[in-house]
Design a protein around this ligand. Sequence first.
Ligand SMILES: *[C@@H]1O[C@H](CO)[C@@H](O)[C@H](O)[C@H]1NC(C)=O
Length: 290
Amino acid sequence: MAHFGFITVLSVLSIAPLCFSGNTLGGGYLYPQFYDHSCPKAREIGCAASILLDSSGTITSEKRSNPNRDSVRGFEVIDGIKAAIEKECPHTVSCADIMALAARDSTVLTSGPNWEVPLGRRDSSGASLSGSNNNIPAPTNTFQTILTKYSIGSHTTGNARCTSFRQRLYNQSGNGKPDYTLDQSYNTRLCTDCPRSGGDQNLFSLDFVSPVKFDNSYFKNLLGDKGLLNSDRVLFTKNGISRELVKQYAYNQELFFEQFAKSMVKMGNISPLTGYKGEIRKNCRKVNAH
Ligand SMILES: *[C@@H]1O[C@H](CO)[C@@H](O)[C@H](O)[C@H]1NC(C)=O
């Protein structure tokens, strides 16, 4: 759901959406070598973080209709990475940058594209928090959910709850009929775990073909009337430009990967806090005590 994904990227990368003023005064722009002097081991720790992400099993073990089974909570994963980095370089690497790196690493780990992450963001220290609290994912969210929210502006991986699409299965237009634009066999398959009533907590992959792999099957699904949510389907049905993009990405995975990497860098550059603005959080879950 690009619509809320975009907003949450803003808040999660602590980009201080309410503090647009003076983003040039803070000094800086972001660049990949930002920590090369202040924390040369950050890259190695980045690798360790990948292992942590990998071994946490969230990415490979999260199964449809098995909410949260075996999965490490998203914030626990981030806390783990933060702890390792604080040990090596106290008070140096921002949570915003850790999140940006983790988003990249999890994409790579699931066979998606790689990109250089521009660094040097600082964490928001207050004002923006109240404005973005609604967009901050719950600590109970799994890592994958959090990444989906932040996210990755795309439904390449991730899940949705039954409640988000039940209407399509049973009562699309308020006339007691399903959404006939949904592929029939896919509909049948969804109905099993998403009955008329109950099953609200069940999770469904946004890409049932390859739920844990970062690839372009999400777009292929849209071409085959197998987009899970209304908001997915309309990308193909409601707008000519977006329909063309869906087709291009469905036919050309490389193109999708390239564009995705570019978009991630671009989003991460939206009004970041830099220089003396904000702070380096000690605990990624809350602002420092002053
Ligand atoms: C379908 O939705 C309409 C409008 O919200 C509602 O009045 C109706 O009772 C629903 N029908 C069923 C079978 O759930």
